[in-house]
Design a protein around this ligand. Sequence first.
Ligand code: ATP
Length: 219
Amino acid sequence: MITAEGITVAYGRRRVLDGVSLSLARGETVGLRGPSGAGKSTLLRVLALLHRPAAGTVSIDGTAITGTRYTVPAAVRTRIGVLFQSPRAAADPRLSLADIIAEPLRVARRSDISARVADLADTVGLTADLLSRRPHAVSDGQLQRACLARAFAHTPDYLLCDEATTMLDAATQALIATVITDYQQRHNAGVLIVTHDPALMTRWADRTLDLADLPATAR
Ligand SMILES: Nc1ncnc2c1ncn2[C@@H]1O[C@H](COP(=O)(O)OP(=O)(O)OP(=O)(O)O)[C@@H](O)[C@H]1O
C-alpha cells in the first residue's frame, strides 16, 4: 500500500494542501476529484515522489520514503508509474516513440531494451511503424499510449494518472482505460485516477475521494 499522511504543500506563501492523507492499496482503483486548483495534481506529484512536501510522509508498505526523484533508490521509485494529462508536455519531441518508451530502461541500464520496448509497445497497442516516428508525426492518443508504455517500463505496483485521458476522444479514452485495467489485473496494481469526468470516475473507480473531504491526520 502507498500512503500519504499529513501532506502539506505551499507554493510561496500559498498553502495548497494542508495535512492531507490518503492511501492506495494494490489492486484497487481510487478516483480523486475536487475543484480546479484544489491541489489534486500537487498531491499526485507528492505521491509520485516528484515533489517534496513541506510536511507529511509518503510510505510504501509502511516504510517512509525520504527524498524525491533520483535521491530515492531506484528499486523504490520504480514501483510508481505516472501518466500525465498532456503527452506533448511529457515527451521529448526530438525522440522517436521507441526512444521515449526506452528512456527509463536506459536510465536503469537494462540489457534487453529492444525486446522490452517491443513488449511494452504491444501491451499498449502501438504498431512497429509508429515506434520509429517522432511525436509531431503521431496523434495525441498514440503519443499518450507511448507515455503509458513508458510508465509501465519497470512494471510499477502503483500507477498514478493525472487527467490522463482528458484530451482524448471517447474511443481512445476507452482504449487507454482498457489497457490500464488489463495491466492492473495482471499485476495487481493500485491505480489512482485524477479526473473531472464523473462518468469516467463512476465507471472506473472502486472508491472516490474528494480532495475537499480528505482527512487531515490531525482531524
Ligand atoms: N509549481 C507551482 N508554483 C506555484 N503554484 C503552483 C505550482 N503548481 C501548482 N500551483 C498552484 O497550486 C494550486 C493547485 O494546483 P494543482 O495543479 O495541484 O490543482 P488541481 O486540483 O490539480 O487543479 P486542476 O483540476 O485545475 O488541474 C493552483 O492554484 C496552482 O496554480
